[in-house]
Ligand binder design. Structure first.
Ligand code: SF4
Length: 380
């Protein structure tokens, strides 16, 4: 069977290994472009979330390459993600697109249904091969996350603009090519070394910005206008606590693990938010408070237009900003958002943070522009 899946950052690397390991042909859709977005917006309801529209574009482009089935994650809870895959299924059916949709929902929505769908994909594959494939999938997922994480701390210091990004894409290709766990581990070690060896000016003053928000907009560079790259090239270290590997662990694998993480998030989000609000709304609040305590200079909150959980977070973040004296910029994206507008807002925000930090320095305060530093400044 020719199987495809939607793009979400580097997820295609691990999903290609998963699909091929289970004996299918992986059809990776072309990377997201304006064509993908145009296709998605043409055939999706106008009020649907932006990620849903881009996924539709991915499927239609994969259909042109011969894809016969789609793997898509499902969800439970108060946001629209729970209906997402089913709405997509209906849209494709209306278009006469005969692709089968395999929706993998979290175990919370029923183990029996999840197992039946997994069986569809694993028919005739031995248990040992399934175990090897899942292991390879996981290694690739974690390797890509950790390599990206390192790139965020290298890029602001790079001497030649764009060199970290070029090295990172070379390293991703090596992880993608690896077809055993040992090969992935070697590609990962070499990749870490390659990123560390990017020529850097470590004396350059940099800012640190936390990135919170809806997971798809954080992970997919086409949708967030390559936000991390733009910030890095402006001399900003990006810190974030939301990664694809942790999302998969939370949503599709370990509910016990999820409960423990949720309790921790609630502790950080107190007193602003006391319960799960769907999507990553709780994470956005909790991570903002956590990042404020870690001393970041500012926070960027990114969300798709009309994203319900993030609108809840958006209404709370001004209180977090005030209590921690921490500038927070909210960036809302949809199909009408343009690169120039985002760039202008980022530059203005970074100027503000740099100006604030310079005032601190002149006053002899070395802490970042967060609670402790600001309180000391205000007291001078
Ligand atoms: S988290 Fe936001 S963007 Fe994602 S499905 Fe829910 S409402 Fe839509």
């Amino acid at each position: 069977m020719k199987v495809t899946f939607p793009h979400m950052g580097t997820a295609y690397i691990a999903f290609r290994a998963l699909v091929e390991g289970l004996g299918h042909e992986a059809v990776v859709p072309p990377f997201c472009t304006q064509k993908t977005l145009n296709l998605g917006t043409r055939y999706s309801p106008e009020s649907a979330c932006l990620p849903l529209k881009i996924n539709i574009g991915n499927y239609l482009e994969a259909a042109e390459l011969g894809a016969e089935a789609i793997i898509m994650a499902g969800g439970v809870g108060p946001c629209r993600f729970g209906f997402y895959a089913y709405v997509q299924q209906e849209i494709l059916r209306d278009l006469g697109c005969g692709m089968e949709m395999v929706i993998l929902e979290p175990p919370a929505s029923g183990w029996r249904q999840l197992l039946a769908r997994i069986k569809l994909l694993t028919e005739g594959v031995s248990p040992s091969q399934i175990a090897r494939t899942l292991w390879l999938f996981w290694e690739k997922l974690v390797a890509c996350d950790r390599l990206e994480q390192l790139s965020l701390t290298v890029r602001p210091y790079e001497i030649e603009k764009g060199s970290t990004t070029k090295a990172l894409y070379r390293v991703y290709r090596a992880v993608d090519r690896a077809n055993t766990v040992d090969m992935v581990r070697k590609a990962f070690r070499d990749g870490m070394a390659e990123l560390h060896s990017v020529p850097q000016d470590r004396n350059r003053p940099v800012l640190t910005v936390g990135l919170v928000g809806e997971i798809y907009t954080i992970l997919e560079p086409f949708v967030n206008f390559r936000l991390q790259e733009q910030l890095g090239e402006m001399g900003v270290v990006v810190r974030r606590n939301l990664w694809l590997s942790s999302w998969i662990l939370d949503h599709l694998v370990l509910s016990a693990f999820r409960r423990r993480r949720e309790a921790e998030l609630l502790r950080w989000a107190k007193p602003y938010l006391h319960h799960f609000v769907g999507g990553h709304g709780l994470e956005s609040v909790a991570h903002s408070v956590q990042l404020a305590h870690e001393g970041v200079d500012g926070i960027i909150h990114i969300l798709p237009f009309t994203c319900m959980p993030e609108i809840v977070a958006q209404s709370i973040l001004p209180s977090v900003s005030e209590d921690h004296q921490l500038p927070i910029l909210t960036v809302v994206v949809d199909e009408h958002t343009g690169m120039a507008g985002i760039r202008t807002r980022l530059e203005a925000f970074i100027d503000l943070l740099a100006g604030k930090k310079a005032v601190f320095r002149r006053c002899g305060i070395e802490e970042a522009v967060s609670g402790a530093g600001w309180t000391a400044f205000a007291g001078k």
